[in-house]
Design a protein around this ligand. Structure first.
Ligand code: FES
Length: 57
């Protein structure tokens, strides 16, 4: 499912980055993926997905 339509980033990409790079913050995620770079509407959902992934790690 697409989370960020502007940059065509999926929830799977966010989960994969969180796992691979042990990313726990939105700031860290954004250093790897350009999520939220345009309109920013996706940031809340990106944060929720990251939090879910961190809970699993
Ligand atoms: Fe992510 Fe617009 S939907 S920046």
């Amino acid at each position: 499912m697409y989370v960020c339509l502007c940059e065509a980033i999926t929830d799977k990409q966010i989960r994969d980055v969180a796992k691979k790079y042990q990313v726990t913050s939105l700031k860290g995620l954004r250093q790897i993926l350009p999520v939220g770079r345009e309109c920013g509407k996706c940031l809340k959902q990106a944060r929720e997905i990251l939090d879910e992934e961190c809970a699993i790690l």
